[in-house]
Design a protein around this ligand. Structure first.
Ligand SMILES: NC(=O)c1ccc[n+]([C@@H]2O[C@H](COP(=O)([O-])OP(=O)(O)OC[C@H]3O[C@@H](n4cnc5c(N)ncnc54)[C@H](OP(=O)(O)O)[C@@H]3O)[C@@H](O)[C@H]2O)c1
Length: 266
């Protein structure tokens, strides 16, 4: 299927590992030029070099802490400065933050909202004029199935992610007149950099496959996903690439689960 991504420019936050990195690679494979950002500069540059080598695409790497005011705006500005246009924004950077309510301070709430909500708000605000000029702008916000069906001890992330879904819906209606489509992909348990870091911290003696089995038995209400395994970043990236493409031209305001059936909410 021809996705119509040749010549498009995409900015992906959190593009050095996991879902963000795989999304950058998929879009690059389809002919897009991509900009990625992350805090750890070395890993970011390695990822950019690997994507360039695998796809031949132009890749811009911008070291940035997207949770800080001004940084999402700088990332978007540097992308437009380098490539001269912007068609696609993927707000992906994030981290796990699920705790009991009484264990979360005001600072913790603020940090989570800064990273998962305000980073998207700031990037989108900076990107809108360019997406408007594109004539076929796309925004894909990465959120979590727990936003639709929050479990106990899931704050602040379930609340930040629910705000991301509401932002997606409100903007899809407001930006439709500018031909900008806005969707969110609600992920479940996806094996990625954050899970490998947790394996190394919690159970370095276990293989990734053993740790994945433990995750499946102990997360998602102890039932794991009906498909019986964690997802892989490429399984999320394929949907993001489709939503970002010409093929997704009549899809806006949706919140699509990619969770192996984990969530009880559609
Ligand atoms: N994988 C899952 O099971 C799962 C579940 C629920 C939600 N999600 C969400 O899905 C998204 C992608 O997750 P993933 O599992 O692919 O994550 P990952 O493998 O841990 O990668 C996260 C990426 O985001 C970057 N990042 C983190 N904080 C950042 C910041 N403040 N500024 C700029 N970049 C930042 C990381 O680089 P640096 O650390 O160098 O900055 C890295 O490139 C995240 O929003 C995550 O919360 C994932």
């Amino acid at each position: 299927m021809e996705l119509g991504l040749k010549g498009k420019v995409a900015a992906i936050t959190g593009g050095s590992e996991g879902i963000g990195r795989m999304t950058a690679e998929r879009l690059a494979q389809e002919g897009a030029r991509v900009a990625i950002c992350a805090r750890r500069d070395g890993l970011l540059r390695e990822a950019a070099a690997a994507i360039r080598a695998a796809t031949g695409a132009e890749v811009l790497a911008v070291a940035a802490d997207i949770g800080q005011p001004g940084e999402p705006e700088r990332f978007i500005a540097e992308t437009v400065k380098r490539f001269g246009r912007l068609d696609i924004v993927v707000n992906n950077a994030g981290r796990e933050a699920s705790f009991a309510f009484n264990d979360v301070s005001d600072d913790d709430w603020q940090a989570d909202l800064d990273l998962k909500l305000f980073a998207a708000i700031r990037a989108i605000r900076a990107a809108i004029p360019h997406l408007q000029a594109s004539g076929a702008g796309r925004i894909v916000n990465i959120t979590h199935v727990g936003a639709k069906q929050p479990r106990a001890r899931s704050v602040p992330t379930s609340v930040s992610r629910a705000a991301g879904i509401a932002l997606t819906k409100a903007l899809s209606k407001e930006l439709a007149e500018h031909k900008i489509l806005v969707n969110t992909v609600c992920v479940g348990l996806i094996w990625s950099g954050q899970w490998e870091s947790r394996r190394l911290a919690q159970a370095p003696h276990e293989t990734p496959a053993q740790f994945e089995r433990w995750v499946m038995a102990n997360r998602g209400g102890g039932t794991g996903a009906p498909l019986g395994r964690m997802g892989r970043p490429e399984e999320v990236a394929d949907l993001i690439a489709f939503l970002a493409s010409d093929r997704g031209s009549y899809i806006t305001g949706t919140a699509i689960n990619v969770d192996g059936g984990l969530s009880g909410a559609v």
